[in-house]
Ligand binder design. Structure first.
Ligand code: ZN
Length: 333
């Protein structure tokens, strides 16, 4: 396993858990920690964070990092079968050459290899286990007093409780706001605002729970005084999320948006089926898949496309990301 500090190629069993070159202690032990069918090492974990955050230039959520990592080891069944077939032919050739075995007995290996391939393709790191790994990483970073735990870009708690200083973000919510985006969860507001989506797209962003609170009066005024205001809703995939627009229109709801047009930009189970996110990862969330589990750069591009063209999230995602690869090279473990 490669040392993330000095890049020394460390042999886990023989050399122990401290880098022979720089003495850095390894946190993840590939013998004990695995991301699905792939060994989990410090270097691999850090590489995943760097890839997801585009070298720490984007903020990301816990769910986003989990989905990104779990996606890394989701091998396609077709790929596994191809590998199994290749191995079978290879073994056939070797055994035939060495022992002059007939071809037929060797082909009995095929069902075994296909079985192994399917087993490998089915391994997925669970959300719960990943949360334990993340917690362990944090604790070990503190224990060994690492200056940088590499997680500074992860959004874990509300970040927008205080109104921004005018000097730091002048008129940030006053660009004549013609668009309003209401998110199902507070963290989705942080995720978009901290990555500057609001400024780049001239849109006011607030959660269904009126977070951040200091924006509430401003948003209500906007709704009441601007009849041209475009209102969008962003929600999770699942029953509660997909009922969000109905909730906002409910006469008993504090939003009072009954007579307004609301464009549904939320994610739905139908939308997810058109993404590359695998079923086994979606299943980890028990029919409530978070919109902030999709990689930010894909999500923001899709949302931007929706706002500009008026197409649905699913159509925009399919048009923009149907061929996008999100894999991380394995050559750093
Ligand atoms: Zn080292």
């Amino acid at each position: 396993m490669k040392c993330p500090k000095c890049s020394y190629n460390h042999k886990r069993g023989k050399d122990g858990m401290s880098c022979l070159n720089c003495k850095r202690h390894f946190i993840f032990d590939p013998k004990r920690h695995a991301n699905g069918s792939k060994s989990l090492t410090d270097a691999y974990f850090i590489k995943c964070i760097e890839k997801l955050s585009q070298n720490h230039t984007y903020y990301y959520t816990e769910d986003e990092l989990y989905c990104f990592m779990a996606q890394q080891t989701q091998r396609s069944l077709a790929g596994c079968l191809f590998g199994a077939a290749f191995l079978t032919f290879f073994l056939t050739g070797i055994l035939h050459a060495l022992f002059e075995w007939g071809i037929t007995p060797v082909f009995l290996l095929i069902p075994l290899l296909v079985f192994m391939a399917v087993r490998v393709s089915n391994k997925t790191l669970s959300r719960r286990k990943w949360a334990k790994f993340l917690n362990y990483w944090r604790k070990q970073c503190k224990k060994f007093k690492y200056e940088d735990d590499q997680l500074s870009g992860m959004i874990t708690s509300p970040q927008l409780l205080e109104k921004p200083q005018p000097a730091s973000e002048p008129d940030i919510y006053d660009y004549g706001a013609a668009k309003l985006l209401i998110c199902e969860h507070d963290i989705q507001v942080d995720w978009l605002v901290m990555n500057k989506f609001h400024a780049e797209n001239g849109i006011v962003i607030i959660s269904e729970n009126f977070y951040p609170e200091y924006l509430t009066d401003k948003v209500k005024e906007l709704i009441n005084t601007n009849p041209e205001l475009e209102i969008y809703a962003l929600h999770n995939a699942g029953y509660h999320g997909e009922k969000m627009v109905s909730r906002l229109r409910d006469p008993l709801n504090k939003w009072q948006l009954g007579g307004k047009e609301i464009v549904d930009l939320g994610v739905s189970m139908e939308h997810l089926a058109k993404t590359k996110i695998k079923d086994k990862i979606i299943a980890q969330y028990s029919s409530n898949f978070p919109a902030h589990g999709i990689m930010y750069h894909q999500f923001s591009q899709t949302l931007n496309h929706c706002l500009v063209t008026g197409v649905t999230f699913a159509a925009a995602y399919a048009a923009l990301h149907s061929d996008t690869s999100t894999s991380v090279s394995g050559d750093f473990g």
